[in-house]
Design a protein around this ligand. Structure first.
Ligand SMILES: [Zn+2]
Length: 245
């Protein structure tokens, strides 16, 4: 699937946020590690702190990033190292053009589809717009629907997802569950949030028993929060303070 980059303009000349440095007073830090932020205007994100550093991309309002480093003071600005989740870009941006990411989003809500732990967070590997979960390699660990919906696809893909399900939800959302060992639902079947839909497996292109889980809206992947090794509990809400959900 082709990724869309609707909110980002690479090396845009419209990005004037850093054109006129001013001296800031040394105030307390506005953010902390793991805070979710978004730009208030077209905002450059740079290779290092400082206005002379290479511009990696220009982030638009509505793009959500997670604070990973900082703060650093350089050229009269306070800089934060940010992982821009949806586009999987790491860069440094200026604090004064950042605001806490809005929670709630469209009101869509999802719950974790498994009880286990995150083995690969969203965007941790290039091209991996999904979250992988493990549970001590236990084949058959129950997988649950993340939201009410209809089973759009129940199929097998030998070089990729193996046995997989795609469930359609309201507002153009789809969730996908890959590498399953078994199915508990049929194509076209209505499912409820929390209903068991299959068992964790190692089918398709998989290096061990795990669940590969994605959330899309209108064929665009949405970022999913969570850090490497984080424990998750099936049925508990996936936090909403992230892009598009
Ligand atoms: Zn995966």
């Amino acid at each position: 699937m082709t990724r869309r980059f609707t909110r980002r303009k690479l090396l845009s000349t419209a990005a004037t946020a850093l054109a006129a440095p001013t001296i800031l007073s040394g105030s307390a830090s506005a953010f902390a590690m793991d805070d979710r932020v978004e730009p208030t205007t077209g905002l450059n994100t740079r290779h290092r702190p400082g206005v002379d550093s290479e511009i990696l991309a220009t982030m638009e309002p509505g793009t959500v990033g997670e604070i990973m480093n900082g703060p650093e003071n350089k050229d009269g600005y306070t800089w934060w190292g940010i992982h821009w989740l949806e586009d999987n870009i790491w860069g440094w941006s200026v604090e004064r053009y950042l605001t806490p990411a809005g929670g709630g989003g469209s009101g869509a809500d999802f719950t974790w589809p498994i009880t286990g732990y995150i083995t690969s967070p969203y965007g941790a590997r290039p091209g991996h717009y999904a979250v992988d979960f493990g549970n001590d390699g236990i084949i058959g660990t129950p997988i649950y629907a993340a939201r009410d919906g209809v089973v759009d696809i129940r199929s097998f893909e030998s070089g990729g997802c193996g046995n997989y399900l795609k469930i359609g939800h309201e507002n153009g959302y789809q969730t996908m569950y890959c590498h399953l060992n078994s199915f508990d639902v049929s194509q076209g079947q209505n499912v409820s949030r929390g209903q068991k839909i299959g068992g964790m497996g190692d089918t398709g292109n998989s290096t061990g028993p795990h669940l590969h889980f994605t959330i899309e809206q209108n064929q665009t992947h949405r970022s999913i929060p969570g850090s490497d090794g984080q424990n998750v509990t099936a049925g508990e809400a996936i936090p909403k303070d992230y892009s598009g959900i």
